[in-house]
Write a protein that binds this ligand. Structure first.
Ligand code: SAH
Length: 349
């Protein structure tokens, strides 16, 4: 049993089942999720005998920060985390005026197959456990002695392809006796798994939803995101509308601009008409070319022109500020580069 996968109630029950007082479970929960202390021997509120007993039956798993790169242009850091089984995931720490934000992974690799995303090129290795998700946050706070006020699930993986563990991790981060992070400061980004969006809506939590839409034309979108063949744009839009209506949260449509593909004049009209009546904004991201998808990056000029054309149509639109562009190994590129150089792999990872 991995103790840092458990919430307070489960830890209290676990203590009862081994003949201990339930409050010991609450103490353990706080050591892990508030103090980020994963060493049972340190738990001084617990009698030594109990620590030995717990150590004999259960354990607390950990991940480690393998290395990180710091941007010289801003305070962005790209991190590589090593999991207990040797797998590697990556994260990005961003500093904004309002605090630190961490881009968190939910899977090792990904099976969604989006054409321009480096995280999916080697396929899915496995889903992360709850503790592997929470530990990215705890460990990064400890490493840099900071408070992370926001998390965005935009690292490697598809959160709705690992629904239970992702939600469990978010609830651990939210727990009052733990980090106590508001759901309003958490954003789940999905490639458009409609069942997941609808399920999240039923949770009735004010979690922010971002949908990687990239095109509002079914033929174009299916070329970029294979998932569109399962859930088409009208289904995605309907679930987005329901989500926004029932949570009162504004949904973000992530729109990676691929020059000549999805920033044509016809796209402006399409975007405007597609999102009409949905409490939403469109977040433009300049495509970051990767080896496997070598489209040229859109010029700043065209990007800003596209933005102002959309604004003229009264679309709420933002451009994702590019932080850490000098270390711009984004979206799984860092991990792939690392695996390629350190393990002698070149292509298939
Ligand atoms: N699976 C989730 C979260 C991970 S991807 C999702 O699809 O939303 C995070 C975001 O980065 C997505 O919007 C994705 O489409 C985008 N992205 C991936 N590779 C990119 C690249 N090379 N350039 C620009 N954006 C990219």
């Amino acid at each position: 049993m991995i103790l840092n996968n458990l919430n307070e109630t489960e830890l209290r029950e676990l203590m009862s089942t081994i003949g201990e007082k339930p409050f010991r479970g609450s103490q353990i929960f706080e050591y892990i999720n508030r103090h980020y202390d994963y060493n049972i021997d340190d738990y001084e509120l617990l009698p030594k005998k109990l620590r030995t007993k717990i150590n004999g039956q259960f354990h607390i798993s950990s991940i480690e920060i393998l290395e990180y790169l710091s941007s010289e242009l801003d305070s962005t850091k790209k991190l590589l985390y090593k999991l207990e089984d040797g797998n590697i995931i990556e994260g990005v720490l961003l500093e904004y005026k309002h605090g630190f934000s961490l881009c968190v992974s939910t899977q090792v690799g990904c099976r969604m197959g989006c054409v321009f995303c480096a995280s999916t090129k080697g396929g899915l290795v496995r889903s992360l456990e709850p503790y592997e998700i929470t530990s990215q946050v705890y460990l990064t706070e400890k490493e840099f002695d900071i408070n992370i006020s926001n998390i965005i699930l935009m690292g490697s993986g598809e959160p709705f392809d690992n629904y239970e563990n992702t939600m469990k991790a978010l609830s651990l981060l939210h727990a009052e006796k733990g980090k106590n992070m508001s759901y309003r400061n958490m954003t789940i980004s999905t490639c458009g798994i409609v069942d997941g969006i609808n399920r999240l809506k039923e949770e009735n939590k004010p979690i922010n939803l971002a949908i990687s839409i990239h095109s509002f034309d079914d033929i174009e979108r299916s070329k970029i995101l294979p998932i569109n063949r399962k859930y088409n744009i009208s289904e995605v839009l309907e679930s987005a509308r329901d989500y926004a209506d029932s949570t009162g949260r504004r949904v973000t449509f992530e729109y990676t601009v691929i020059d000549g593909v999805n920033n044509r004049n016809s796209d402006i009209e399409l975007i405007k008409n597609s999102i009409r009546g949905i409490n939403s904004n469109v977040n433009l991201i300049a495509l970051n070319p990767i080896k496997e998808y070598d489209s040229k990056r859109v010029t700043d000029k065209s990007l800003y022109r596209f933005k102002s054309d959309l604004e003229r149509q009264n679309v709420n639109v933002t451009i994702r500020r590019e932080l850490g562009s000098d270390i711009s190994a984004s979206c799984g590129q860092l991990r792939r580069e690392f695996l390629a150089t350190k393990e002698g792999c070149t292509d298939e990872v």
